[in-house]
Design a protein around this ligand. Structure first.
Ligand code: PHB
Length: 399
C-alpha cells in the first residue's frame, strides 16, 4: 500500500518554485496588493516625496496596511519633477513589469497626461493627487482627480476680488495647462463681476525669473496682482521679484492661488508673505477634528523641515479612497467596478467634505485665506468659504 504524503508548506514552496508559480498561491492568505505611488523624490522636488511619505505613514498608522485581507505594498517611483517622458516609462513599467493594480500620484499636469496612455490601455485606475488642468480627465478614462482644478479656485476668486474692492488687476500665470486655465477662469469671472484686467503676462514653466514680468505689472499701475504659479521653484522666484520691485511698500496686494504660499515652503518664503491673500482647497490651519488628527500624526512621521500641504492631504485622501474601493470589492479589484464605486463617493477629508462627481472630478469647498502668524508660525488662515465647487468653478448642490 502506498503511503499518502501530505504536502508540507516547504514542499509546496519547492513545487511552486519548480513550476514557476508564486509561493502565495499555496498559502491561505491572498497575494499582496501592489500599488504604484508616483511623485517627486529627487532634486528640488524631493521634499514633495518626503511629504507624501509622511502622509502615507500617518494614514497607515491609523488604518493599518492590510485591507480586506490583502497586504498593501507600495512601489514608489520618482517623477523627477514635471517630466512626462520619465513618468510615461515609470507608469508603463509599474503596469507591465510590476503588475500594480492601481497607481496613485500625478503631481504635475504633463505627468498625469503621460500616465493616461498606459492606464487606459491596461485599464489600471490612476488616482490623481494634484495635477490641476480640467481637461486631463477627457484624455484618461481610468483617471480620477482628488486634488483640485485651477478653474475651481480661480472662478470664485474673481468674484471675491471685486466684492472686496480689487477692480484693477494685473494677471500673471504660468504658460502651461493649469496656468492658462487659471488665467482664463479668473479673468472671466472677474470681468463679469465688473473688474478690469490692466495687463497680463505668461512666464514659462522652466527656469522662472520674474523680474521683467513684475516690472511689466508695475508699469500697468494695478491695485493688485493675480498670480497662478505652480508650487516648487516658482513661489520663491516670484516673491523675490515682488520684494525687489517695491510693490509691497506701494500697497499693491497679491491675490494668488494657494500654490504660492505652500506650507512646505513657508519657512523659505518668510515674513514677506504676511498679508497675502490666496485661494485654495487645503490649509494646514483648517479647523476640523480630522485635520487636527492628520496634522498631529503627520508631524510624527515627517522630517523636521517638512510641513503638511495640499499634496500631503490629497495623498492621505487617495489612500482613503483606495481602502474604500478595496473593502467594497472584498480585496479583488476590478477596474471598471473601481471607477463606478469612485463616482459619487463622498467622504470627510482633512480639508473638509469632498465628493467625486460622475465625471470623475473633485467637488469640494474653496477657501480664501490670508497669511498670518499663528502661534509664531506662518499659516494660511481661512477667512471665507465657498462651499461645494466643481472642477469648472460652479457651486453645486449636494445632499
Ligand atoms: C499642475 O501641473 O497641474 C500643477 C502643479 C503644481 C501646482 C498646481 C498645479 O501647484
Amino acid at each position: 500500500m502506498s503511503q499518502i504524503v501530505k504536502p508540507t508548506v516547504a514542499f509546496g514552496l519547492i513545487v511552486a518554485a519548480a513550476i514557476g508559480m508564486a509561493p502565495a498561491a499555496f498559502a491561505d492568505e491572498p497575494a499582496p496588493l501592489k500599488i504604484g505611488y508616483v511623485n517627486g523624490y529627487s532634486g528640488p522636488f524631493a521634499i514633495f516625496g518626503q511629504e507624501a511619505d509622511a502622509a502615507i505613514a500617518a494614514f497607515m498608522q491609523e488604518h493599518g496596511d492590510v485591507v480586506a485581507g490583502r497586504k498593501i505594498v507600495i512601489l514608489k517611483r520618482d517623477t523627477t519633477g514635471p517630466n512626462p517622458d520619465v513618468v510615461h516609462r515609470v507608469a508603463q513599467e509599474l503596469i507591465t513589469r510590476d503588475h500594480v493594480e492601481m497607481i496613485l500620484g500625478g503631481d504635475y499636469t504633463p505627468n498625469a497626461l503621460a500616465m493616461a496612455g498606459p492606464s487606459t490601455e491596461a485599464k489600471v485606475p490612476v488616482l490623481i493627487v494634484n495635477a490641476a488642468t480640467t481637461s486631463i480627465l477627457d484624455h484618461a478614462p481610468y483617471e480620477v482627480r482628488f486634488g483640485f482644478t485651477t478653474s475651481q479656485v480661480a472662478v470664485p476668486y474673481g468674484r471675491w476680488a471685486v466684492a472686496h474692492g480689487y477692480t484693477k488687476i494685473f494677471a500673471i500665470y504660468t504658460d502651461y495647462g493649469p496656468g492658462l486655465e487659471a488665467g482664463a477662469a479668473f479673468k472671466k469671472s472677474f470681468v463679469e463681476a465688473g473688474g478690469t484686467i490692466v495687463g497680463e503676462v505668461k512666464p514659462p514653466l522652466r527656469s522662472p525669473d520674474y523680474s521683467a514680468y513684475v516690472q511689466r505689472a508695475k508699469d500697468s499701475n494695478p491695485q493688485a496682482i493675480f498670480i497662478f504659479a505652480p508650487a516648487g521653484e516658482h513661489p520663491q522666484a516670484f516673491l523675490k521679484a515682488y520684494k525687489d520691485s517695491g510693490l509691497k511698500e506701494a500697497g499693491v496686494k497679491i491675490l494668488a492661488t494657494g500654490d504660492l504660499t505652500d506650507e512646505l515652503q513657508f519657512d523659505a518664503l518668510g515674513d514677506d508673505t504676511l498679508g497675502m491673500y490666496t485661494v485654495f482647497h487645503y490649509s494646514e490651519d483648517h479647523d476640523s477634528a480630522l485635520n487636527h488628527r492628520f496634522v498631529q500624526e503627520f508631524y510624527k512621521h515627517a522630517p523636521p523641515h517638512v510641513r503638511p500641504d495640499f499634496g500631503g492631504v490629497c495623498t492621505y485622501d487617495v489612500f482613503q479612497a483606495l481602502y474604500k474601493v478595496i473593502e467594497a470589492q472584498n480585496g479583488k479589484l476590478d477596474p471598471d467596478k473601481t471607477i463606478a464605486l469612485l463616482k459619487g463617493m463622498k467622504f470627510e477629508s482633512p480639508r473638509g467634505p469632498i465628493m467625486i462627481d460622475q465625471n470623475r472630478d473633485i467637488v469640494q469647498n474653496v477657501y480664501v485665506r490670508e497669511v498670518r502668524k499663528v502661534d509664531g508660525k506662518l499659516q494660511n488662515v481661512e477667512i471665507d468659504t465657498v462651499p461645494w465647487v466643481d472642477d469648472h468653478g460652479n457651486e453645486v448642490k449636494t445632499n
